[in-house]
Design a protein around this ligand. Structure first.
Ligand code: PNS
Length: 168
């Protein structure tokens, strides 16, 4: 069984992520999309929400499984009995960080290789952070995330605005 893990924050999943998921799932028997639970960061979406959104948008890809994990990616990859880590490379700006991460992971786990897929040019500029920023200013995010995810982001924005109104 050729199994790979695609780890990330996915806060939230974008069309760029989805493109990497579809293309890498076509290369392996099973792709596990692994949502990092990072206690040091405060994500917009909880771990459960991120997993649920990913499950929803990948439901038509039969060999994709979505799971949450804590700790080191390589430990999770070993636990899954996978041999590959998948990462998307958008631009040269991603390269240094990704190379550092891949090399560190390779030293910690020599049996695990990182596979990089270049992001579709259409999504080369895209990040979860910019999507959230656009949504906070009520911009149109329909070109950046699946429709179901856009709805969830706008719900969060509304909730935040209500909270702020109540505080003031
Ligand atoms: O979507 P992101 O935030 O770019 O994903 C980064 C991620 C989750 C792949 C990376 O931060 C990670 O693997 N974190 C888990 C901790 C870990 O394994 N660190 C060692 C890598 S140097």
């Amino acid at each position: 069984m050729r199994r790979a893990v695609y780890p990330g924050s996915f806060d939230p999943v974008t069309l760029g992520h989805l493109d990497i998921i579809r293309r890498s799932a076509a290369l392996v028997d099973e792709l596990i999309v692994a949502v990092l639970v990072n206690r040091a960061k405060t994500p917009l979406f909880s771990e459960e929400e991120r997993v649920k959104m990913l499950m929803e948008v990948t439901k038509d890809v039969p060999n994709v499984r979505v799971e949450a994990f804590t700790g080191l990616s390589v430990d999770f990859v070993k636990k899954c009995e996978a041999k590959f880590i998948v990462r998307g490379l958008r631009a040269i700006t991603d390269f240094e960080y990704e190379l550092q991460m891949a090399q560190t992971n390779r030293i910690m786990a020599p049996g695990i290789d990182t596979i990089f897929l270049t992001t579709n040019l259409e999504y080369a500029y895209l990040s979860s952070t910019t999507v959230k920023e656009v949504a906070f200013y009520h911009g149109d995010i329909s070109h950046f995330v699946p429709e179901s995810v856009a709805e969830k982001i706008y719900e969060k924005v509304q909730m935040r605005e209500k909270c702020h109104e109540q505080q003031n």
